[in-house]
Design a protein around this ligand. Structure first.
Ligand code: VTB
Ligand code: MG
Ligand code: MG
Length: 324
């Protein structure tokens, strides 16, 4: 993934973010998502690539989607793409901070092909990269990481999605004496933050979406950090009932077809198999690392983070478009 290709994908997330503008704070998360999906698809299809969506979000919340297996582009190099047209639809609809448009792209077969389901994730920065194991209790991981970072347990900050499924683990972390920073949504931005310098958070842990996991992995890999994960069936996350059990069986079946096993450890090298990957993320609402989309007269401004694996570089790109 060279710089020319990187600009293609920057343009994609920028335009998708701009398309959400009418829906920011409008209360309707599906309309916002729909606008971003349509625009992302349109811009991808206008690009000189031979792209395939290998993992996309949409099934979990029944949102309009760029579906898994969809081919995009006018022709060109073969590229795997993982998309989340809006990461934080609720935040967009409610005008809360940290909603973004995001994708990861890489040379063919560089990104994990998986169903859209839940994923348990553990993310650390480059200093701690050899000191995690998702199969160990979270307390053990915190202890190992604290020692390599030369931090006291009391000073360790664990970032976690604020969801009922995490109440138990949050309690365990607090009992250990470490700090928990809760985020309402958006574990992609949280994962990126863990790997950036001068940002709060030493470990990102918890269960979120698999598409978000693969996208995060591209960023984490490019930033030299580490991530481990497990694909988790829905009934283990949202509780067992007739519907969730049925979905879970389907998820397990689809994983088998893709040669994947649920609830078993995936290494970063399983999630991302090459350094030829990138992650482009454009702010929708103002957040911790990015500004949101803003308009002045007939100019719309967008703020993007472009993280490139080959060059191990991170670029902050501010762009202006004339409003049409
Ligand atoms: C996860 C997480 C995302 O939504 O997909 C979460 O990875 C969905 O969790 O960052 P629930 O189904 O329990 O709401 C986000 O937080 C936002 O897309
Ligand atoms: Mg989304
Ligand atoms: Mg999402």
């Amino acid at each position: 993934m060279n710089f020319d290709q990187a600009m293609i994908f920057t343009h994609v997330t920028e335009k998708a973010a701009i398309a959400t503008l009418p829906w920011i704070g409008n209360g309707d998360k599906n309309k916002a998502d729909d606008a971003a999906v349509q625009e992302m698809r349109r811009v991808l299809n206008n690009s000189n690539i031979n792209g395939e969506i290998v993992i996309g979000e949409g099934e979990i919340d029944n949102a309009p989607m760029l579906y898994i297996g969809e081919k995009v582009g006018k022709g060109g190099p073969e590229i795997d793409i993982a998309v989340d047209p809006i990461e934080g639809t609720r935040m967009t609809a409610l005008g809360q901070s940290n909603a973004v448009c995001v994708l990861a792209a890489g040379k063919k077969d560089s990104l994990l092909k998986a169903p859209d389901m839940y994923m348990e994730k553990l993310v650390v920065n480059s200093l701690a990269k050899d000191h995690i194991d998702i199969n160990l209790p979270i307390e053990e991981n915190i202890k190992k990481v604290s020692s390599v970072l030369h931090k006291k347990i009391e000073d360790m900050v664990i970032t976690i999605l604020d969801k009922p499924r995490h109440h138990h683990v949050i309690q365990k972390i607090r009992n250990l004496g470490a700090k928990v920073f809760l985020i309402p949504d958006g574990d992609v931005i949280a994962s990126i933050q863990i790997c950036m310098q001068n940002m709060p958070g030493d470990i990102m842990y918890g269960i979120g979406g698999a598409p978000e996991g693969v996208i995060s992995a591209a960023a984490v890999h490019s930033l030299g950090g580490n991530m481990q994960a497990k694909l988790i069936p829905r009934n283990k996350v949202k509780g067992a009932n007739l519907e969730n059990d049925k979905i879970s069986l389907e998820e397990i079946k689809r994983c088998k077809e893709l040669n994947l096993k649920t609830e078993s450890k995936l290494l970063l090298s399983d999630l991302v198999t090459s350094s030829s990957v990138l992650c482009a993320v454009t702010g929708i609402t103002k957040g911790d690392i990015l500004d949101g989309v803003s308009v002045e007269e007939n100019i719309v401004k967008v703020d993007t983070l472009l993280i490139i694996g080959e060059t191990k570089s991170i670029h902050r790109i501010t762009s202006q478009y004339e409003l049409s």
